[in-house]
Design a binder for this molecule. Structure first.
Ligand SMILES: Nc1nc2c(ncn2[C@@H]2O[C@H](COP(=O)(O)OP(=O)(O)O)[C@@H](O)[C@H]2O)c(=O)[nH]1
Ligand SMILES: [Mg+2]
Length: 197
């Protein structure tokens, strides 16, 4: 069971990703969408504070789902939450900062040891033994921001297709904006089809 007790009877999902990619805002949006009133109008994005440590949120989607947000700085201990995990959401942002950072790493990657930290983190998640049969949702957030690289180009830079082909998990990719709400319904559908039982 490990850390399992922390989720009680609900299904544990881990939400992983670097600081600032929009994990907390995404969780707040999903919470609003899954609440009884269904919130057709999301309204202005609520303010988020940088998450210190970890953050637990319950979503009443069919069976109760508990999302545990773990930021990039927690990377070294992500694996202590892998046991009893039912799904993993890995988020990255499609916005300019992230792309710039990744391009920088990628271009510097004439030196093969300099692959981007987030790519390495993703690969380490996918190769974790406890997660071999856990469904994975790969989230590209902030599609509302201007981006000088198309998603197609970015996916090929990250070799997303190779990663999906080599991984043991079923990986679904979604493009979203936690700010304007695009793609959030795809995440809800993913939860419903992945975590029904
Ligand atoms: N433009 C835009 N900004 C976003 C989006 N998602 C989150 N943000 C902003 O990014 C910042 C960091 O978000 P937060 O949820 O705290 O990131 P976290 O560190 O991953 O939890 C906040 O200012 C959010 O309002 C998005 O889809 N589009
Ligand atoms: Mg946060």
């Amino acid at each position: 069971m490990g850390m399992a007790g922390s989720c009680g009877t609900s299904l544990c999902c881990l939400l992983l990703g670097a600081t600032g990619v929009g994990k907390t805002l995404l969780v707040k949006r999903l919470q609003k969408l899954s609440s009884k009133c269904g919130a057709k109008d999301l309204g202005d994005p609520p303010a988020t504070l940088p998450t210190v440590g970890t953050n637990l949120t319950d979503l009443p989607i069919g069976r109760k789902i508990t999302i545990r947000e773990l930021g990039g700085c927690m990377g070294p201990i992500w694996s202590s939450y892998y046991s009893d995990c039912h799904a993993v959401l890995v988020s990255g942002r499609q916005g300019t900062d992230w792309v710039r950072e990744e391009i920088k790493y990628m271009i510097d990657a004439a030196n093969p040891t300099q692959i981007s930290a987030s790519c390495v983190q993703l690969l380490s998640v996918l190769s974790a033994e406890q997660l071999t049969s856990v469904p994975v949702l790969l989230i590209f957030n902030k599609i509302d921001l201007p981006c000088y690289m198309s998603l197609v180009e970015m996916k090929s830079l990250f070799r997303i297709q190779d990663i999906i082909a080599c991984a043991k998990q079923v990986i679904t990719v979604v493009e979203i904006s936690a700010r304007d709400g695009r793609g959030l319904s795809d995440i809800m559908k993913w939860f419903q089809s992945t975590l029904h039982d």
